[in-house]
Design a protein around this ligand. Structure first.
Ligand code: ADP
Ligand code: MG
Length: 367
């Protein structure tokens, strides 16, 4: 096993700067997730670590050895892609043991390792089957098992669950986490799915347009995003972010007034007429009385017009806007909430949960 260190790695393709100045170090045995929208450079980073992509600039170390010019097959890393490829003529057991057999492991080791991995991934009952006798989800678990069974120094996964249906994706995600807890192999996992990132990672690396936006523990990033992009990327439904104008006492937003929490006023040197982007997570917006009144404004309430109601079982997601404005809002309401598209109702923000961002750079200003 090994740590993986990237030092100012840059990769340029012709006129595309795919990744720029990527620096981070995954300590031995940890599970890190690279997350970001499509095209942000996740696969390029992973392929660089695997040795499938050369670096234009920077240094890459695996287990403290500089591997910039070490060919892929000598790096002792295993990689699994979204599209699994198994050896069709081999059974599941033979697929799982392939890497170990290539390395001339002894029979007892092979058997023990195949059983452990197959049980963890819930494919033990399939060991005698051929790939074409398996469902897509089973095949992908065999592919994961095959890559991890030989216990590589580093395990690299590029969106390995994206082709699975929702239930299977959840199950396999949990199995992967358990397998990592058992084997402790340094793992770098790429996904565009923020749920996978939040649930799997020891540390998350958020990427956008080829650059690192933030590195941290899932809860820390969620609680204190470094900028607007990170704030809106982690969390489902995403954080509500809207442009406001500071008035001296509070904020003008979509023609309504939002009071400024005193702590924000103290911490941020805002000047009247300054624009600022505010953010609030949908779980911190609450419906108040059924009809917003004039009086409500003095209590710090806003009025919202409901456009879509989505009951999710445990809770209800309500989408809408501030009336006669372009300010969109998502609200997570209790499951017994009853409302309809077209309703205009009072809402209140938990002002302790307000975020502020620089409207130009997107950098977090508060908290
Ligand atoms: P992600 O995996 O996050 O979706 P990629 O790492 O695949 O992103 O791609 C990052 C950027 O690099 C994209 O703009 C992509 O078009 C570009 N890119 C990736 N591979 C190549 C290549 N072989 N040639 C040219 N451009 C590439
Ligand atoms: Mg990709």
């Amino acid at each position: 096993m090994a740590n993986v260190q990237l030092e100012e790695i840059t990769r340029q393709f012709e006129n595309v700067l795919a990744i720029e100045n990527i620096t981070f170090e995954v300590p031995d045995g940890q599970f890190w997730v690279l997350v970001g929208p499509s095209g942000c450079g996740k696969s390029t980073i992973l392929r660089t670590i695997a040795g499938l992509e050369s670096v234009s600039n920077g240094n890459l170390y695996i287990g403290d050895v500089l591997v910039n010019h070490v060919p892929a097959r000598q790096r002792d890393v295993a990689m699994v892609f979204q599209n699994y490829a198994l050896y069709p003529h081999m059974t599941v057991a033979e697929n799982l043991s392939f890497g170990l057999r290539m390395r001339k492991a002894d029979k007892a080791t092979i058997e023990r390792q195949v059983e452990k991995v197959a049980r963890s991934l819930d494919i033990f009952h399939l060991l005698d089957r051929k790939p074409k006798q398996l469902s897509g989800g089973q095949q992908q678990r065999v592919a994961l098992g095959r890559a991890i069974a030989r216990e590589p120094k580093v395990f690299l996964l590029d969106e390995p669950l994206s082709n699975l249906d929702a239930q299977l994706r959840d199950d396999t995600r949990v199995q992967l986490k358990q397998l990592h807890q058992q084997l402790g192999i340094t793992t770098i996992y790429v996904t565009h799915d923020q749920v996978e990132a939040m649930t799997l990672a020891d540390q998350i690396v958020v990427l956008d347009r080829g650059r690192i936006q933030q590195i941290g523990e899932p809860q820390a990033i969620y609680a204190k995003p470094a900028n607007r992009m990170v704030a809106m990327f982690l969390g489902n439904p995403p954080m509500n972010v809207f442009r406001t104008i500071y008035t001296g006492e509070g904020f003008q937003v979509g023609g309504q007034f939002l009071p400024c929490p005193s702590e924000l006023q103290i911490r941020l040197p805002l000047v009247p007429a300054q624009t600022v982007d505010l953010g609030i997570r949908p779980e911190y917006v609450e419906f108040t009385n059924p009809k917003g009144t004039e009086d409500a404004e003095s209590r710090g309430e806003l009025r919202m017009e409901v456009s879509v109601v989505e009951p999710l079982g445990r809770e209800t997601l309500v989408r809408g806007c501030l009336p006669e404005s372009e300010v969109l809002l998502d609200v997570v309401a209790p499951s017994d909430w009853r409302g309809h598209p077209g309703d205009r109702i009072g809402i209140q923000f938990d002002l302790n949960q307000l975020f502020a961002f620089d409207p130009t750079t997107g950098d977090a200003l508060y908290p």
